[in-house]
Design a protein around this ligand. Sequence first.
Ligand code: IMP
Length: 408
Amino acid sequence: MKRQVVVATGNSHKVQELSDLFAREGLTDIELLPMSQVIGPLKIEEDGLTFAENALIKARAVYESCMLPTIADDSGLCIDVLEGQPGVRSARFGGPQATDSDNRDAVRRAMIQHGSSDSAARFVCVLCYIDQYRTFFTIGESAGKVVVDDQGSGGFGYDPMFIPDGFDLSYAQMSAEQKNAISHRGRATSEMIARLRDIELGTSSANAHELSRADLYAASAAAVIGRQDVVRAVASRAADEYQRSQVRETLLQTYLFAGFPAALDALATAHEVMGNRMTIDELEPFDAMLFQRRGEELCRKIYGRVYERMMERFEAISPSMRSWMIIEGYGKTLSRPGLSTLERELCIVCMLAVLGRTTQLYSHVRGAIAVGATMHDIAECMDVVVELSGRQAYELLKSTYLSIRPID
Ligand code: IMP
């Protein structure tokens, strides 16, 4: 039977384009389903600051509605003289209802205002894949230059203004085949196909080349108790840039639970083993309003009905701590792309168990369950915790889980 993957887009051209690329690369055991066929139209607010964040927002929204493996994409044009604009705003650079031609006019105006008739630029496409076990991104870039005068009339979007490096033709003057072979979307898709070939979708918790979730739990718990040997062992198993970024992402969030010194030590250990190449999403621009909104949203998702009561309690104890928790904790740190909410919650559960933080552990075990943790997931955390920290932490996690989900 073919494995089904939902494509999180309302645009049937994208589904067709992806299907063509999948077929061309011989990946015929996957059936791509347009989201309209699975859950109908879904209004998704694409308010991320990066392509990866927008792709993640779309993939998560669709995955959470249908619980089927999902791919989403986000793409756009980044122009050097416009300091990376239109970037994530490519589809609406000329206004909320802008057509492709309005968007090109807006770019033309901005470049002319800047005194440039051409500029180095690149198209970027990020694809995000989510299933029950993993979230990952692939990225494709295509470098070239943007010219203010349209050349050719094929393609769509900014195609007539973009001349890829090594060619005298714009994308709008190329055949679809020719463009796909060098385009950002073509490249991101080829990498996605390579990753999908490797995994048995939704049937195994990890493939041979991937770090297991338990590795991430172990790195988290080890970081907060200073077990650099374990951090080093996990970091050395990271086999590619994606896995290395998962380890960094895991260690970054530990500062919320054990402070900067412990997190820095663990990051330094990982750095010795795997280096520190910045990935596209490691530096997010600081936007307190966005973090506030994202934080509240994530907190509500995790804590559900308890959210309001919890906030009142924090407000009474310390209003400053309450807003740091939302903005810094949930909005800035725990909403970052790179790890799913479930992965983050389970890492947190392991950290709190080894730290013996009873109250917070209770909240986060509940939180993990609210975002989909199963008994099996908690058992996996218990295995990590007992190995790293012994019986007491294990019993604490077990009794906390049973107080929430008694087994009859
Ligand atoms: P989205 O990925 O559907 O959000 O669209 C991003 C926007 O970037 C599109 O509306 C286009 O304006 C632009 N864009 C992305 N990829 C291409 C391309 O291959 N050619 C031309 N424009 C593109």
